[in-house]
Design a protein around this ligand. Structure first.
Ligand code: CA
Length: 230
């Protein structure tokens, strides 16, 4: 998953960035409202963490503009003000949730995971499934059939994204955008390396493939016994 943090207090932004990175999220930071708006409009994020009190443009103005532009990325509002008015304004302007400062990272993480889950169409509860592959987002466990599968954080992120988009062909660029931040060098074949590692864990010892390569395009997670065309 890739998140955008719009926060002018450097310490808070770095605290959030470190936390999200330790959960294998890709993280971009915008230090003011207008940069936040620019990044949110030009990149694809799975969630945005948006402070209210920001230089150049307030968080609420950013939020209103994004929703006016029909950008539906789930947004968690952070605010130092505990007053109810801000909260009501934020939720009325299309925020998905609200968290008063100070907060612990585990609260932010839980809220962000919840808003992403709520806005994702293809999730029943906390479980993502395709064929005999089953992923539980709450317990962070994965199994194929009765076999439990242990994944690294990045492999988990990749599988979650593939499952949320099962049946859709995802380009290397799309996968990279969701799994790594904007400083990441997209020229490398690290996506393919990660896909191959995940694939070995999911497919070794099984008769059917679950991740197919679409030559020259990318990858698709599909319930199919078709031979991999690559
Ligand atoms: Ca602030």
């Amino acid at each position: 998953m890739r998140v955008l943090i719009v926060e002018d207090e450097r310490k808070v932004a770095q605290f959030l960035k470190k936390g999200f990175q330790s959960e294998a999220f890709a993280v971009d930071i915008a230090p003011d409202g207008s940069e936040g708006l620019r990044l949110a409009m030009s990149n694809t994020y799975d969630a945005i963490v948006l402070d209210v009190m920001l230089p150049k443009m307030s968080g609420l103005e950013v939020l209103e503009e994004l929703r006016r532009q029909r950008i539906t990325t789930p947004i968690l509002i952070l605010t130092a003000r505990s007053d109810v008015e801000d909260r009501v304004k934020g939720l009325n302007s299309g925020a998905d949730d609200y968290l008063p400062k100070p907060f612990s990272f585990s609260e932010v993480l839980a809220r962000v995971r919840a808003i992403v889950r709520r806005t994702s169409a293809d999730v029943r509860g906390s479980v993502l499934e395709m064929g005999d592959v089953r992923m539980d987002l709450l317990t962070r466990s994965v199994a194929r059939g009765t076999k439990p599968i242990t994944l690294t954080n990045k492999e988990f992120e990749l599988l979650e994204y593939l499952l949320r988009n099962k049946g859709r062909v995802l380009s290397r660029v799309t996968l990279t955008e969701h799994i790594w931040d904007m400083d990441f060098d997209t020229e490398t074949n690290v996506v393919d390396v990660l896909v191959n590692r995940l694939r070995r864990k999911l497919e070794d010892g099984f008769a059917t493939k679950v991740i197919l390569t679409i030559r020259g395009v990318g990858y698709v997670m599909k319930e199919s016994a078709d031979a991999d065309p690559s």
